[in-house]
Design a protein around this ligand. Sequence first.
Ligand code: FES
Ligand code: FES
Length: 558
Amino acid sequence: MAAAPPSADPLIRFRVDGAVVEVPDDGATLLEVLRDRLGLHSMKDGCSPQGQCGCCTVWVDGAPRVACVTPARRLDGRQVTTLDGLPGPTRRVWADALVATGGSQCGFCTPGIVMRLAALDGPSPVGRDAVDRALLAHLCRCTGWQTVVEAAGRVLGASGAAGDGQEPEAVADATDHGDRDLAAASTRAGLEGGVAQRVGPAVVLGDAGFADDTCPSGALVAVVDGDRYVVADSLSAARTAAGKVQGRSTTVPLGHPVAVPGGAWAVTLTTTWVEPAYVEPDASWCEPGGTPASPYGNGGSFGGKLRSPVAEDARRLADGHGRTVRVLWSREDVVRRGPKRPPVAGGVRADGTGVLRVGVSGSGIEGPDWDDLVVAVAGLAPGLVLEQVEVVGPATSLDLRAAVWAEAAVLAAAARLGRPGTPVHDVPVEVVGPSGGRAVVRCAADGTLDVEVSAGAVLDAVVLRSYAIGAAHQALGWVRSEGIAVSPEGEVQDLTVRSFGILQARAVPQVTVRVVDEPHGTPVNGTDAVFAAVAAARWLADGLPPAWPTDRTGAGRR
Ligand code: FES
Ligand code: FES
């Protein structure tokens, strides 16, 4: 643990993981003290100062607290415990359980979740309700919760936390994961996430290599202020200088900016802007003349960071200042600046012919991105014509998970299998994505999902299953609850993680996954097809209401 720098302010004295620390009483939050002054990085900053993602959760006198909204001055004389300070056997049992179930993917949310769930541990088994309640304080965008709940069941004996009957066997220990090849698991994770990704206990325990965790101490810090960066000696000084204010959710209603084209359609669909909501905000750092740290810490951010400027910004600022510079976007910056899933509107006839309009901001999309999309849609929904329509709003991107080809696949399946006003359950919805990955999904009347996924050689069934469940969670949210409000002038109004409409753990139905192994097949991405097929199956089960999201009650928005 690094020593806090000297200061003229009076001192606060408390213990962190058993060691006495003294820090100046200058208004800093506990998260700033832990990460920026003491150099501890297991607790993450996903949304400070919103206090809504749970990534920064630590214990204060044994009870979980979100550190980003806990003033350090309240801690005088108290005990703070981080994930680094939990006893070795506790760390190991949670790492084992989450690796064994696939309950940690990018890993950004995981240390906070471990701290929350470990606080439930006691002499009696913990019920599923208690686990779900505990998870209300957290956001995980990757896993879809089920594998996290399964891990809690292993450690806490949580009744009702059992999986789909195919939950993987327990691993032997933290360094020997039974028969699993964690390098192969990482390869599978990379195929599903789109960038190189690590799988293993270190990810669970907060050491996944996120850019903002690896920056050398003493770097200048750059934060966004409108269209420019403010650079200062510390994060709090930079944020103060930039006048950063906390993001808000809004009562502005969701808009559906693209009109359905005229025609005699069997099925129509309109959607709104959707926030990709990757949990690790864009971050990088660079030394003068050096190579910037990748903003892809341990996951693909669902395509949302593919064109993130932070790495080049860090390089430019470092060269300009002649010092190492750390660039860190806040949650509001990510929402204001990052790309959104495009709103669409389409109509399709019973024979599968129709039109799908794609809302784009600015001058539209040309070149290979659009050409690739046209080819993908032609393979999935050959009768569907794509059009671009300019909309006033945040930047939209085809980089985001299965953007537009999933909408095309959903419309084609709806025309083939259903009609508006008539819920259809238990029919197999098949989608073969552009990668060749294939999914067949059934949605039962009680909402439970049966998912079959084929993606070539499996490499690691735990990871593929976990990604399939995560894709199902994201698809359910997309159909039912996700969307961000945009003003008539095009400004995003929903700036907090709780305003995006992401489904909470208790609102997610059981997802049963069958992984089809093709031992000699080339491994390909399989879970983008799951995403599209789950969306179609859920929409058919809802009776094809014409506008998404269809029902925001499971999202706990605030
Ligand atoms: S960073 Fe503290 S709750 Fe999100
Ligand atoms: S594993 Fe939870 S946000 Fe990525």
